[in-house]
Design a binder for this molecule. Sequence first.
Ligand code: ARG
Length: 569
Amino acid sequence: MYDAKLEISRLLTPHVASLDIQEIYDMLEVPPNPEMGDFALPCFKLSRIMRKSPVQIAQELAAAVQTNEHVRRIESISGYLNFFLNRSQFIKQTLGYILESGENYGSSDMGEGKTIVIDYSSPNIAKPFHVGHLRSTSIGNSLYRIFKFMGYNCVGINYLGDWGTQFGKLITAYKHWGSEEAVKKGLVKELVALYVKFHQEAEQNLELEEEARQWFARLEQGDEEAHRLWKWFIDISMEEYQKIYDLLGVKFDSYNGESFYNDKMQPVIQELKNKGLLKESQGAMIVDLEEEGLPPCLILKSDGSSLYATRDIAAAIHRKNTYDFDKCIYVTGVSQSLHFKQWFKVIEKMGYDWHKDLYHVPFGTVSIGGEKLATRTGKVVLLEEILTKAIEKTLEIIEEKNPNLENKHEIAKQMGVGAVIFSDLFSNRIKDVSFSWDEVLNFDGETGPYVQYTHARACSVLRKAGEEGSISQTDFDSSILSSDEEYKLVKTLSQFPAKIKQALDDLEPSVITRYLVDVAQDFNRFYHEHSILVEDKSLRNARLALVQATKLTLSNGLWLIGLHAPERV
Ligand code: ARG
């Protein structure tokens, strides 16, 4: 990749004796305003080493450093040294590289030989798949693709919540108020209704809780009836979740959920005992974390049953043994932060140095129309309803704007679902998001449909030019692309690899989502200001190269956040 910043660092290094090229490279900034140049060296950072004022340093460097074919002008302004690139050189190198890289533009092999485990989605069986799980699914899926694009081996795990005392409650509720017919008809909705009913009834009738405990104990002991019902609830739930994953285009490498670890906890508990970490506290077994300033991590309840943390510890050890991961990433709501802090500490106390490779990637809550979502009260918005509605609404827009579009149901699906994912990945993940239909589906706003529409617009220009794929990186004269809009667009396109790297380092897909909006906006500004299919052959070719590079960047970027890039919309 052509790196203009590196060219500037090369020019500067001989004149800043005490620093090496990497240090200078890291010091260079992009000025807030393009009139101040493409890059700037804030000279106050050199003041102490060079024992001069920033203004003086900037002036002396401006006089000493020579321009060349990459850098056309160097200016000192109030303690900053500003660099102006040779535009045509920059455009030629950058577009050439993008077109040559094609579908691989932005990718790298930095992850070769390394494995990343990503634990995401992980809905709870017999509970609805709600918008919180969508966030986990879309963030996890995007991180999976980002790491893969950078050459890592990825293992996506859907750690299903398929074990725990809630199954005792559900079986109890089913026995009292349920029927095979009703469950077959209502599916997860009916299971949720039974679960809600249990909690309502249990407020008056305390015996129900005891009954639920007994059913769960029977389940743990392998009782035939309890096991059959549990398995049935899983099958019903999975079938429903699978529909959602199909809509979202998400796949997993493993569905090993909590129940998979039932027989893997005992050895871990033994290990904790052997290492002197297990302590009794009010009948329960805990790992004390007082020294670490954390509440104790509960390992066994007083009745001997295991907990969420117990299973997570067993699962992490099993994953380390199975995949020898470089990183193991957990994508859940921020409300689980303490849980992860606690059991990560337990792993550390067990003496595993790979505790530092465990990452909790938390995200904020999702509300719809100002209301938070909870299962117990039954106030949930099912994701399937949201997706279906998004698709319907997109279809309405297509019917209005482009009724003759081929394959419009498939496109409506790609855009409607894309709109929902995009809005989910737009803000920093830790921020709470509030979902609004008008914002999510706006074709002109900072939305998925807007970026997809821009991509399709680029495709349509290329189709019209009748040359899709035939533009080579050499048959255009870059010096022709001289306008501010063209230069700005190329600069933005050139940032793609750095943006992916940042998204990967920060485990933050929103870096890419927002970047795609920048690309789309810069492209549309260029598109409105300039005709592309002009008579002049070399100008036409140069602009088509720019369109082609934009199309590649958008489709690669959309893929990284889990969206389709339809060629016509
Ligand atoms: N099933 C949990 C929930 O829905 C998320 C599981 C996250 N993964 C983990 N290894 N704890 O809240």
